[in-house]
Design a protein. Structure first.
Lengths: 290, 371
């Protein structure tokens, strides 16, 4: 009996470890490239007639030498710092604008009955059915030709916020719907205005959903490449993903810089996720109503 | 404190009328209970007093003021919800103090009022706890604290004990009654439980869902608990108030109107129905009799009785007594037996005695009490 249990346990671990390796292999490869101090994709030079060990060694994500030179050079020799700053400004502005508009819109959709309510929600959903590239030309005409906001933070923020808001509204409305209306009525009788109820009752209770919305808005803006590459023409205004693209392809193949840049670009998202994780808890409304 | 007056109140959702022609009042300092089955509109009326529902027609007055278009916060009311509706992210202190903070009361005054309310309700040791760390009874006390701390003119309770277990419900029932007696604040209490209504209310308003008749109203009767029990205005109230419910059977008045015929036997009409019985002599009536007025011959010493012979269908043993369901003709009647001694079993033939002075007579068409 105990033997069967141990065997099952071992099998389970073998499967789990295999999937872990599969999942982390690409990430480890990027890390290995970033810390290799070199620019080529291959981490070791294979001899002319490689044996099994050499071949196996070549697919292991392990650099021949550890070095942080790729990181330092990305910061000093390239405009990467500037691009990161651009990304940070655009992403934070998108997050703030997106979360603010999505919260207020979702609350209205959740709590008030007004003409066009259902149509409005449906339109938000419909807008999510089309791929982003389909919107490229109309967005370009509106933002660059009409509003003359091409090559500016504001232009890109407007584009990102408008693409992120529909999803955020749907998600937040779903959450607001779960907050018992009795709580609001109770506050209403206690003397609170609608605005007070929204700020002091609803938003604190919706922290988990707001955290997710903020994370989604931030990541939408932080990782986006196509729109940024179209709207930001000047090299100084590139966002980090657009900047990264210029390390490889065309006439350059600086895979080391690319990997180091990728690691740096992913750090804020990881940090933000860890920071917001504490809000991603269920049961905030526990104890409010039976 | 303030009185509440309903003047021809109506409430519709589109074509559907929920409340119709509601006319009555709650006196200053009175404990009024709205009772009725699901869908009778009792919570809607309460929410109209609170300002959480709009009024389609008529006027509601709190004190001397028509409040139809007054915002809930300006009505000087406090409400306790069935679901407690506590603010889950605030501790007990902040929950109770919220309404006072919103009204920008000085901190010292808030602290004093919260402390007084907490002492009164036994919450003084729980002020730092969040609602999720409280039991059902404690949560309900916090909801009460939140209501009393504002010292409002009117308390509104919307089935506040429905979520509590039986024992706690009895305990909280007594606490709310004592609290109201002590504060002497006008109180409207909604419940579907007629035991709660009987034990708590100074007056009870019995409501039922309204019909399509334009002259109809939801209000079936409004009066003291014993008024409703002893002199129900109609069959609905007669059946709704009292557990087990009143037996209502078809009967006939004799041709001279002095006797009522039931299952072939004859009983004299009591004084209170004499005039009406004369007017309706020779006609069908509905006869109401409470289960406690049908008993075994050896257990009762009533002056005038009418024997009823039937077959036992079921016996419910309650400890101090037993409820007997027995069939006479096509009708199943409910009577009462002392629980000690030999109890009949289903299928037995039994003869029970009906107390003649305790019968109620109703018009079979209008279902109103004969007057």
């Amino acid at each position: 009996m105990a033997d069967i249990k141990t065997k099952n346990h071992l099998l389970l671990h073998v499967v789990l470890i295999s999937f872990t390796v599969l999942a982390t292999y690409p990430v480890l490869w990027v890390l290995a490239l970033a810390f290799s101090g070199q620019q080529s994709v291959g981490l070791i030079d294979l001899p002319k007639d490689p044996g099994f060990i050499e071949r196996f060694r070549s697919i292991l994500p392990m650099p021949a030498h550890l070095s942080v030179s790729n990181f330092t050079e990305v910061w000093t020799d390239q405009d990467f710092g500037r691009w990161m700053w651009n990304s940070a400004v655009v992403s934070l502005m998108t997050t703030m604008l997106g979360v603010f508009l999505a919260c207020t819109a979702a609350y209205a959709f959740s709590r008030f009955r007004f003409p066009g309510r259902n149509t409005g929600m449906l339109m938000f959903l419909v807008s999510q059915m089309f791929p982003g590239t389909l919107m490229l030309i109309p967005l370009f005409i509106i933002i660059v030709k009409w509003l003359e906001l091409g090559n500016t933070y504001v232009g890109l923020v407007i584009v990102y916020a408008t693409t992120a808001i529909p999803f955020c509204v749907w998600m937040l409305k779903g959450y607001f719907d779960t907050i018992p209306y009795d709580i609001e009525e109770s506050a209403l009788i206690d003397g609170a205005s609608r605005l007070t109820i929204f700020w002091r009752i609803i938003l604190p209770l919706a922290k988990p959903a707001i955290a997710i919305t903020a994370l989604f808005s931030f990541m939408t803006a932080w990782n986006e490449f196509i729109l940024a590459s179209i709207f930001m023409e000047s090299e100084l205004n590139y966002t980090a993903p657009v900047g990264l693209r210029f390390f490889v392809g065309g006439f350059s193949s600086q895979w080391g810089y690319f990997a180091a840049g990728s690691v740096i670009v992913s750090l804020p998202v990881v940090g933000l996720f860890l920071h917001l994780q504490k809000y991603l808890i269920s049961g905030l409304t526990a104890g409010s109503v039976k | 404190m303030a009185s509440i007056k309903f003047d021809n109140i109506g409430k519709s959702y589109g074509e559907t009328e929920i409340i119709k022609n509601l006319n009555f009042g709650v006196n200053d300092g009175e404990f009024m209970v709205f009772v009725g089955p699901s869908g009778c509109g009792k919570s809607t009326v309460l929410r109209m007093i609170a300002g959480l529902e709009t009024i389609t027609s008529g006027e509601i007055r709190i004190g001397d003021r028509v409040v139809n278009n007054v915002h809930p916060k300006d009505r000087d009311i406090a409400m306790v919800f069935q679901s407690y509706a506590l603010y889950p992210h605030m501790n007990v202190y902040d929950n109770i103090a919220f309404g006072l903070k919103i009204r920008k009361m000085p901190d010292a005054e808030i602290r004093k009022r919260v402390k007084d309310a907490a002492d009164l309700l036994g919450l003084d040791k729980l002020l730092d706890r969040k609602p999720k760390a409280l039991s059902g009874g404690q949560r309900q006390r916090v909801a009460l604290g939140r209501a009393i701390v504002r010292n409002p003119s009117v308390f509104l309770f919307d089935e506040p004990l429905s979520n509590l277990d039986a024992e706690l419900r009895v305990q909280m029932r007594a606490e709310i009654s004592k609290l109201q007696h002590r504060l002497n604040t006008t109180t409207v209490y909604v419940t579907h439980d007629q035991v709660e209504a009987m034990t708590m209310g100074q007056r009870i308003a019995v409501l039922r869902p309204c019909t399509d008749n334009p002259l109809d109203t939801n209000l079936m009767q409004c009066g003291s608990p014993m008024d409703l029990y002893d002199r129900p205005d109609n069959i609905f109230v007669a059946r709704f108030i009292g557990t087990p419910r009143m037996n209502v059977l078809p009967a006939r008045l004799s041709d001279d109107g002095t006797e009522v015929e039931l299952f072939g036997g004859r009983m004299p009409v009591s004084d209170q129905f004499r005039e009406a019985a004369l007017r309706m002599r020779g006609r069908e009536v509905m006869l109401g009799i409470r289960p406690e007025h049908i008993g075994a011959a050896h257990e009762v010493d009533w002056r005038l009785t009418q024997p009823l012979q039937g077959q036992v269908e079921m016996v419910e043993l309650l400890g101090h007594e037993a409820i007997l369901h027995f069939k006479v003709g096509d009708h199943v009647l409910t009577g009462r037996l002392a629980s000690h001694g030999r109890l009949p079993t289903p299928g037995d033939t039994i003869t029970m005695q009906l107390k003649c002075e305790a019968i109620h007579l109703f018009d079979p068409v209008t279902e109103l009490r004969l007057r």
